[in-house]
Design a binder for this molecule. Structure first.
Ligand code: NAP
Length: 309
């Protein structure tokens, strides 16, 4: 535990899975002196009070950011621009304003223009998550051993970037800095496309006429089960991811379709060699993921509901 908190007051806007995990981790690591939270619904505000994970829960986002040194917007990507506009006049000069959105180019585009020059805007994406939502789903260890990607726009104050990096490092996260465009391309293939495939395959299985739904569920351990977990991820969050990372996802989807076509051809032609070579290559990638410490060899990831977004 640190002796001195890195920030005096932290405001969390949207204390859902990610926001409430930050609040819990910040408390556990003594990263901030005071935590203020605001949520859209009265239910969420009430639940945050009951959970006791904030020092203060307020009704409006404007009120939450008053006097805060660190503001983290943890709402779905599609509403971050509106929230930036709402909080802009109330921000403390010198404050660091960040977010946790799974897409970064649109965050910079939508939030950046509203924020005054007197604050430091350092967008972030903790590449850690689960398929669960809301303040009850969060836990302090969520970011431990995971990556947090910072995408500061050009000209951002170095000290502010270093301070936010130090904040994430306190939670056990490894920090990397990228341009927003590059982030979106990397995440399109590592997260967005896999989610799209899971959403597709679960829908496909559900619409089959010759295989009953009960058979799909009964024999799901054959591979389907792992897709259902990913396809249970929050619909609004993922709607916003695809709407806001359209170009990169379409680029990756184009490549994916070409590769599916090649495998389809190999199956049709009975080309066992092509199939086997492909599977040997992908097995090596799986080993690489485990060696990089981003998963364990045991099923279900060996972590509570763990998967990366
Ligand atoms: P979540 O659990 O559903 O929480 C979202 C929070 O945002 C809730 O507190 C919600 O308030 C609030 N919110 C929703 N719509 C809003 C609006 N129109 N205005 C103001 N607040 C609003 O979602 P999450 O999984 O924490 O995701 C939050 C962000 O983290 C997203 O941008 C997502 O891309 C990013 N992210 C998610 C994951 C993941 O695995 N889930 C991983 C990394 C990054 P109410 O409860 O009152 O509705």
């Amino acid at each position: 535990m640190m002796t001195e908190p890195l920030f005096d007051t932290m405001a969390i806007i949207g204390p859902g899975l990610i926001g409430s995990s930050i609040m819990r981790a910040a408390r556990q690591q003594n990263a901030v002196r005071q935590i203020v939270a605001s949520a859209r619904s009265a239910e969420t505000r009430q639940r945050v009070v009951e959970l006791g994970i904030a020092d203060k829960v307020v009704e409006t986002n404007a009120e939450a950011v008053e006097g805060a040194d660190l503001v983290i917007v943890c709402a779905p990507v599609g509403v971050c621009g509106t929230i930036a506009e709402e909080i802009a006049p109330h921000l403390k000069p010198g404050a660091i304003v960040s977010d946790v959105g799974s897409v970064k180019t649109s965050i910079v585009r939508d939030m950046g223009p509203h924020l005054p020059d007197s604050v430091h805007f350092v967008p972030a994406h903790p590449v850690a998550g689960t398929e669960h939502s809301g303040p009850d789903a969060g836990f302090a260890e969520l970011f431990d051993g995971r990556w947090c990607i910072l995408t500061p726009p050009e000209g951002t104050d170095d000290e502010a970037v270093k301070r936010l990096a130090a904040f994430w490092a306190l939670f056990g996260a490894h920090v990397e800095i990228m341009t927003p465009d590059h982030h979106d391309l990397v995440l399109a293939v590592t997260s967005h496309l896999p989610h799209l495939i899971a959403y597709t395959i679960v829908g496909t299985a559900d619409e089959l006429e010759t295989v009953t739904r009960s058979e799909v569920l009964k024999f799901s351990a054959g591979g389907f089960r792992d897709f259902t977990r990913i396809a249970a991820s929050d619909p609004v969050m993922w709607r916003d991811v695809f709407l806001n990372n359209k170009d990169a996802v379409l680029e990756m989807l184009g490549r994916f379709n070409e590769d599916v076509a090649a495998l389809t051809k190999a199956i049709r032609r009975g080309d066992g060699e092509a199939l086997e070579q492909h599977f040997i290559r992908t097995r090596a990638i799986r080993r690489g993921v485990i060696e990089a410490g981003q998963d364990t060899a045991t099923p279900d990831f060996g972590r509570p509901h763990g998967h990366e977004d």
